[in-house]
Ligand binder design. Structure first.
Ligand code: XLS
Ligand code: NI
Ligand code: NI
Length: 436
């Protein structure tokens, strides 16, 4: 039975097409910097927002029409939902999807029952993957929805909660492995605090690191070679999340000897909640070799929370792609739409409009960034801006061959710095506009 009977397979029709159910810019076979857009962008559909979102918000109840879903928490409903999900992903032409354990299968009354439910739905997912060729970009575990996790999971003050979370992640890694998942994500859920009066921050961070090491040991023991990823987020649901931003995550990774274990999954709306641009977070991770994957979405400038909207801003996607192209792509990571349709966009077809828009926006960003890079307009400017370090005293500073005393005599002799140049910010902003 078709769940989206009025939607055909979405094809690339080019920029002049007026068909809302076609790509205008995402041309999967087009080569950009030596790779196809398909392989370069590695788009993924997220299960939680796209197939489990209901349209509730803090002020109102569900609005979204999902005719294939009976609204129950039964395993049967979960299994049926897989068909609708894969019909959607296949028609969209996204090569990947991502899930949390509890998105795809319902939590049972006991741990054993939850494990059984997850295993049942996982075999259905495996069948669907084999039938369609759609692959799992990453799996993860939901360690935040159930009341047991009210104080956190790995950072809960209660050791039994830590143990329960470990059991859950153990199975989530095993199923991710079984489904050929290429990455496994850790988003801190409720790992953080609301108030330091009741919190032993040092102990909580130690526990989180222990949890990560145990996850890594288990992954190794079962032969899972996928990439582990941390997803920074500064706040929500707690006032302070331990995975605040890329810098805080990297400090954690290095403090606890996790350098070879985990990279970062950077999400736009989390970057902006932390007071950074997405480009900053991407570049900060990339320059240190830790950019693993992205959660592509966007926030709303006028709303303070994680609205997880679909990305349609060409400046944003261009900035993302300037960094991602510099890295040569994200593989084995990818571009996961951790984004949800607005609760007013309640019809199933709105899911197509949303994803098509996001994919087209990233395809445009890719082409624009590639053109900027081909002309070298930014790279040349930046290289020139730092040219005083290429030889002479600058080279000595970079090589660690100069001392304060030497720099003092150098400057006493010279008197004043030479060759300070304009930053040309406005000029460069104009140059970028010329490419849009
Ligand atoms: C929530 C996070 C979550 C992660 C996966 O804000 O973005 O959806 O991507 O747990
Ligand atoms: Ni988010
Ligand atoms: Ni996310």
């Amino acid at each position: 039975m078709a769940h989206f009977p009025n939607v055909p397979k979405i094809e690339y029709e080019g920029p002049t097409s007026k068909n809302p159910l076609a790509f205008k810019h995402y041309n999967p076979d087009e080569i950009v910097e030596g790779q196809t857009m398909r392989d370069f962008l590695r788009f993924a559909v997220c299960y939680w927002h796209t197939f489990r979102g209901t349209g509730t918000d803090p002020f109102g109840s569900a609005t979204l029409q999902r005719p294939w879903d009976d609204g129950s928490e039964s395993v049967e409903n979960a299994v049926n939902r897989v068909d609708a999900a894969f019909e959607f992903i296949e028609k969209l032409g996204a090569p990947f999807y991502c899930f949390h354990d509890r998105d795809v299968a319902p939590e049972g009354a006991t741990l054993a029952e939850s494990q059984k439910n997850f295993a049942t739905v996982a075999s259905k997912l495996k069948e669907a993957q084999q039938r369609t060729g759609i692959k799992l970009l990453w799996g993860t575990a939901n360690l935040f929805s159930h009341p047991r996790y009210m104080h956190g999971a790995a950072t809960s003050p209660n050791a039994d909660v830590f143990a329960f979370a470990a059991a859950q992640v153990k199975q989530a890694i095993e199923i991710t492995h079984e489904l050929g998942g290429e990455n496994y994500v850790f988003w801190g859920g409720r790992e953080g605090y609301h108030n330091l009066y009741n919190t032993d921050m040092k102990r909580e961070l130690d526990h989180l690191a222990r949890f990560m090491h145990m996850a890594n040991d288990h992954a190794k023991s079962i032969g899972f070679t996928g990439q582990f990823l941390f997803e920074p987020k500064p706040k929500e649901p707690t006032k302070h999340q331990y995975d605040f931003d890329a810098a805080a995550c990297l400090n954690f990774i290095r403090s606890y000897g996790l350098e070879d274990v985990v990279k970062l999954n950077i999400e736009t709306n989390h970057a902006t909640l932390a007071g950074h641009t997405m480009m900053h977070e991407l570049e900060y991770a990339r320059m240190q070799g830790y950019l693993g994957s992205i959660d592509a979405n966007t926030g709303d400038l006028l709303l303070g929370w994680d609205t997880d909207q679909f990305p349609t801003d060409i400046y944003l996607t261009t900035q993302c792609m300037l960094v991602i192209l510099k890295q040569g792509g994200l593989a084995p990571g990818g571009t996961n739409f951790d984004a949800k349709v607005r609760r007013e966009s309640f019809e199933p077809v709105d899911l197509f409009h949303a994803h098509i828009g996001g994919m087209d926006a990233f395809a445009r960003g890719t082409r624009i960034a590639a053109a900027i890079r081909a002309d070298g307009v930014l790279d040349n400017f930046v290289a020139e801006r730092y040219a005083s370090y290429n030889d002479g005293i600058g080279k000595k500073i970079e090589n660690g061959a100069a001392s304060f005393a030497e720099l003092e005599s150098y400057m006493l002799e010279k008197g004043t710095p030479n060759g300070i140049q304009s930053g040309r910010q406005e000029y460069l902003e104009n140059v970028i506009n010329d490419y849009l």
